[in-house]
Design a protein around this ligand. Sequence first.
Ligand code: NAD
Ligand code: DAU
Length: 353
Amino acid sequence: MSILVTGGAGFIGSNFVLDWLGLSDEPVINLDALTYAGNLENLASLKGDPRHVFVQGDIVDFDRVLGLLEAHEVRAVLNFAAESHVDRSIHGPGEFIQTNVVGAFNLLEAVRAYWVKLGTTERQKFRFLHVSTDEVYGSLDPAAAPFNETSRYEPNSPYSASKAASDHLVRAYHQTYGIPVLTTNCSNNYGPYQFPEKLIPLVIHNALSGKPLPIYGDGRQIRDWLYVTDHCSAIRRVLDAGRLGETYNVGGWNEKPNLEVVHGVCAILDELRPRKDAKSYAEQISFVKDRPGHDRRYAIDAGKLERELGWKPQESFETGIHKTVRWYLDHQQWVKNVTSGAYRDWIARQYIA
Ligand code: NAD
Ligand code: DAU
């Protein structure tokens, strides 16, 4: 038996694979298309490990997915594969529909073809876990209660709309075909191996490179921040004990305005790697034009996961952000390798053109 992880060379997927194989000997089949966001260097420590089978391929490829499910007697599929960057979805939504909607549909179809042929016990034990986002719920007013699992879907970007569509397909495959599905809707992750186009690694990288730290609009947008290994433990818990057909919100109970996050990162860098002129990195903060349709606030009520499955995050924002900044300082070669090529083209389009 094994699990199939899609998108396991990306930020959260690679953290999940590393954590999984640190805790269990159950093999991981890792299917990843290696888009600009996929990076096998994240998994370098697994080189030669027979428990990790990497397959470069697209979740849109039905035959490929079905072939892997059959060949490896897969007992669970965890779908991390996605186009995940909101700004990129504004510049080019097509790939988001292709991977996040058509890809999720294909995975579900391949799973359905495989699952109906399993014996009764294997069928009951099988799981399809879909990793989704809090962005499907749209934007919260400042005083509104955090999103819970019954909050209305009101996605505002092509990215969140594509994730919402995939969530609905997952639900429909449970209701219609009985596929044993689980969905997790998670807040903003941060931690090791995050591609430096997302806020926290971008700010660390730009600060150290002497570049501006771009803040969209007034910087008062609020996000809930979850350390990535807490997300991984939540997914394992839901996979083990989640109720079929249910959705679980995953969050860190860490609502913070973007400006506060950026000032926090600057303060840690000031302490660990002071600027040569002894000024604060916060001097590099630069307000830039806002993201179109920018959601003002996300907040997650992760109470269901705690009440039903006993899961709570282990990291506070303070401990998690210290670990994260330290990791990037200690892995400058990793940053250098990913900031060559495609990433540079993106920066030119988003911030300069
Ligand atoms: P990421 O962009 O870092 O990684 C995505 C991975 O998917 C990459 O390795 C990429 O190569 C792969 N991929 C893309 N298209 C593919 C395709 N068609 N077939 C196979 N592989 C493909 O994303 P992430 O931040 O690790 O996010 C993982 C999942 O978690 C996504 O589904 C995302 O929507 C969700 N999520 C992310 C966050 C966050 O803060 N990063 C929060 C909530 C939910
Ligand atoms: O909420 C979960 C989502 O979190 C995930 O579903 C997405 O996959 C993930 O990318 C993330 O989306 P965000 O849009 O919230 O993340 P990002 O890091 O792009 O931006 C975080 C906040 O910081 C957001 O309010 C926009 C702002 N921002 C971002 C960048 C890149 C800036 O102010 N400046 C920037 O340069």
